[in-house]
Write a protein that binds this ligand. Structure first.
Ligand SMILES: *[C@@H]1O[C@H](CO)[C@@H](O)[C@H](O)[C@H]1NC(C)=O
Ligand SMILES: *[C@@H]1O[C@H](CO)[C@@H](O)[C@H](O)[C@H]1NC(C)=O
Ligand SMILES: *[C@@H]1O[C@H](CO)[C@@H](O)[C@H](O)[C@H]1NC(C)=O
Ligand SMILES: *[C@@H]1O[C@H](CO)[C@@H](O)[C@H](O)[C@H]1NC(C)=O
Length: 413
């Protein structure tokens, strides 16, 4: 009972007041090159996979034609390895001339004409992680360059830099971005480098400077990597959750659905769990060859609506025992004083039969008498009945994902 009380209290920690640039009022959604395409610069041998203007134009085309933009995925973001090895004669950043022959402004124009927004990567150090020129010593001119190119989103990494200068440095760059007058979403990796070195980041400061920030190391294309990220978010949830809200988000890193590392069930799990975490949904996959089943997961309207829920409360792990976890997120509508919830039941057993689980909703912190349950992955299959218990089977390394909304029996009588 005490534990339950504690869980309820945690939901009531009010949202901190964060960066006030009017952007990222819901978690940003889009496409980011890194996890799928890395630093592929060999366009001769990898013509369709190398970091080049063609790659981003193709991604932009498909985001529109395949319905991703309509579903809310609006940013097309370049990660590392777009730069030339040297700045130009005026000290400005410039792209690799072979791979981006039309220049970044032309690429931004192309993306904008499609109705999408355009993002780019840099690094607060002497060099980016892959060794291209960093912004250190050039903060003002680089912020101006991005604004001149009509960039809508910047991701600033933290390689080749002194961690103890981050608070000052990331804040200074944020100030220069603001002074350009152009609304630019600011993604920071400041906390990544602190947390992976065992330092508890100052999220009060970070959320006043950045629209979103990575809290942990990079996700790789595997279920193990995904669980590693998830465990970190579960372990540190009381530190992270209070700082999520409109304009400022914790970021567990890219969506890897559509690549090689996740099964179908594991793909559903990432979509569900990232939604519980109110995470940015940044796809990093090849949209030319994505399978329909994976596409369907990514375009699930009910789930995306929960990710964008106006209450903007990041969810939490409320149960973890014998490889079963339950994660819940309070969402709208609030009915007669009771929250609705997204409930994700995760089965971490592998190579086994589906596992039967049995929970009363009040054990999970849901205090109305009954709830209607909508299965978010199979809206037509499961009957939506007023229930107070969940008795279900969960696939190995898979999830069940429900929307539960309060249902008062009395209302029927
Ligand atoms: C149910 O719990 C929520 C906290 O999760 C609380 O705000 C609300 O007042 C409770 N509702 C009732 C009717 O007890
Ligand atoms: C890192 O920055 C701090 C604070 O400015 C400074 O005291 C320290 O000497 C720097 N460390 C290195 C290795 O440059
Ligand atoms: C700059 O900061 C001010 C104060 O927080 C804010 O009102 C304004 O919208 C910001 N402008 C841009 C372009 O980010
Ligand atoms: C689930 O729990 C209820 C209440 O404790 C119990 O009556 C029921 O038998 C359980 N069902 C399963 C499948 O374990």
């Amino acid at each position: 009972m005490l534990k339950l009380f504690y869980i309820l209290i945690c939901y009531f920690i009010t949202h901190s007041h964060g960066l006030d640039n009017g952007l990222a009022l819901t978690p940003p959604m889009g496409w980011l090159s890194w996890e799928r395409y890395r630093c592929t610069i060999d366009c001769k041998n990898y013509p369709t996979e190398c970091i080049s203007e063609d790659l981003f134009k193709r991604a932009a085309d498909l985001m529109v034609s395949e319905g991703f933009l309509d579903a809310g995925y609006e940013y097309v973001i370049i990660d590392d390895c777009w730069l030339a090895n040297e700045r130009d004669e005026n000290g400005r950043l410039q792209p690799d001339p072979e791979r981006f022959p039309s220049g970044i402004k032309a690429l931004a124009d192309y993306v904008h004409k499609k109705g999408l927004k355009f993002g780019i990567y840099e690094d607060y150090g002497t060099k980016t992680c892959a060794g291209y020129p960093g912004i250190l010593g050039h903060l003002e001119i680089d912020a101006k360059t991005f604004a001149d190119w009509e960039v809508d989103y910047v991701k600033i990494d933290g390689c080749n830099a002194n961690i103890s200068t981050f608070a000052e440095g990331y804040t200074a760059f944020g100030k220069y971005l603001n002074e350009t007058g152009r609304p630019i979403v600011y993604q920071c990796q400041w906390s990544t480098y602190e947390e992976i070195n065992g330092i508890h980041s100052d999220y009060a400061a970070i959320s006043k400077t950045c629209n979103l920030w990575r809290n942990y190391g990079d996700i790789q294309d595997s279920w193990d990597s995904l669980l590693d990220v998830l465990d970190f978010f579960g372990k540190h949830q009381d530190r992270f959750i209070p700082y999520a809200g409109p304009g400022h988000w914790n970021d567990p890193d890219m969506i890897i659905i559509g690549n090689y590392g996740l099964t179908y069930d594991q793909s559903r799990a990432q979509m569900a769990l990232w939604t519980i975490l109110s995470a940015p949904l940044l796809l990093s996959t090849d949209l030319t060859s994505i399978r329909p089943a994976h596409k369907e997961i990514l375009l699930n309207k009910d789930i995306i609506a929960i990710n964008k829920d106006p209450l903007a409360i990041q969810g939490r792990r409320v149960y973890k025992e014998k490889k079963i976890e339950v994660w819940t997120r309070p969402i709208s509508p609030i009915i007669d004083g009771y929250y609705s919830y997204a409930i994700c039941i995760l089965n971490r057993n592998r190579n086994e039969m589906p596992t039967k689980v049995n929970f009363t909703l009040s054990d999970l912190g849901l205090n109305a008498t009954n709830y209607n349950l909508q299965d978010l992955f199979d809206p037509d299959k499961d009957p939506i009945n007023p229930v107070s218990v969940i008795q279900i089977s969960v696939n190995p390394s898979g999830v069940k994902f429900y929307k539960a909304y309060p249902f008062e029996i009395n209302k029927l009588l």
